[in-house]
Design a binder for this molecule. Structure first.
Ligand code: AMP
Length: 275
């Protein structure tokens, strides 16, 4: 496994490769990340994983400072997965502080994480575009866990004609249903008994939602249940898989999305279903 810290050195290596599959991460790797890597394995394909805690996507400074960093263990995991190349650039190498340009959205108004984390997706797209321009992958592996991120990046790649195929990978969960996340290690012990509640509510929504007329009532009930159980809920929302907006008339493919906090830790999760 080769480790690169500079753009020039990884590009020199990539020039010698056939197909490139890229898995961007912020490190503190877990089975969720590894499932993306396992999906990316194909003959004659070089797997490149980046580890970069992207300051630009943290709308909360404390969240950035306390984001778990476990580089030594991450590299061990990646070696065991036979990853070809790891890219670990510094902020300076990624030139994140350039002041002349700022990417922005036109009418980003889904009232999901875009509303609750102002500036977050601007930070995500800035860094993913940079990585994609540096690495020029054929395939980009992203988790469904970050559903709105996946949705935005798919649209972005299409809108700006990136010749990159996005592969969406299902969410890996703990035995109790909790979606694996680097933030899980930050959840206080006193909340452990509540953590499976998020996925339970999502499963319940999937089970009882039989028509678009049910949605408002179901969203409200899930919000009530979570709040009663000590969660501070940003949103519970059932959306169209295609538009990520409220589903219209005949839409059948839906996704329920929740963002909620237990103490200081904000978790997101979602479930796709059809009616
Ligand atoms: P992160 O390191 O949190 O930025 O995540 C890097 C990539 O891993 C993103 O595409 C995430 O959606 C994906 N990911 C994170 N957690 C999971 C999970 N539990 N299952 C599948 N993919 C995940």
């Amino acid at each position: 496994m080769k480790i690169f810290k500079s753009i020039s050195s990884i590009q020199k290596y990539l020039n010698t490769q056939n197909q490139i599959a890229f898995v961007p991460t912020m490190g503190n790797l877990h089975e969720g990340h590894l499932s993306l890597i396992r999906k990316a394995k194909k003959p004659k394909t070089s797997i490149v994983v980046s580890i970069f805690v992207n300051r630009l996507q943290f709308n909360n400074k404390k969240d950035f400072i306390f984001y778990p960093k476990t580089l030594k263990q991450d590299l061990e995991y990646l070696k065991n997965e036979f990853v070809d190349a790891v890219f670990i650039p510094t902020e300076q190498e990624m030139n994140i502080n350039h002041s002349e340009f700022k990417l922005s959205f036109f009418n980003l108004d889904y009232k999901l994480c875009d509303a609750f984390r102002p500036g977050h997706f601007e930070g995500v797209i800035a860094i993913v575009m940079k990585f994609c321009n540096i690495i020029q992958p054929h395939y980009l592996f992203l988790g469904k866990k970050d559903y709105q991120q996946l949705f935005i990046l798919k649209n972005l790649m299409q809108a700006f004609c990136y010749p990159i195929k996005i592969i969406a990978v299902p969410t890996k969960r703990e035995k109790n249903g909790l979606a694996m996340s680097s933030r899980n290690s930050l959840i206080q012990k006193s909340y452990i008994s509540k953590i499976s509640g998020l996925y339970s509510e999502l499963k319940q929504i999937k089970k009882i939602c039989k028509s678009l007329n049910d949605i408002k009532k179901i969203e409200h009930k899930a919000l009530q249940n979570l709040t009663k159980d000590g969660w501070i809920v940003d949103y519970v929302s059932v959306r169209s898989q295609k538009t990520l907006l409220s589903p219209k008339n005949n839409e059948k493919k839906l996704v329920a999305l929740i963002a909620a906090r237990l103490g200081n830790v904000r978790l997101i999760d979602n479930i796709e279903f059809c009616i």
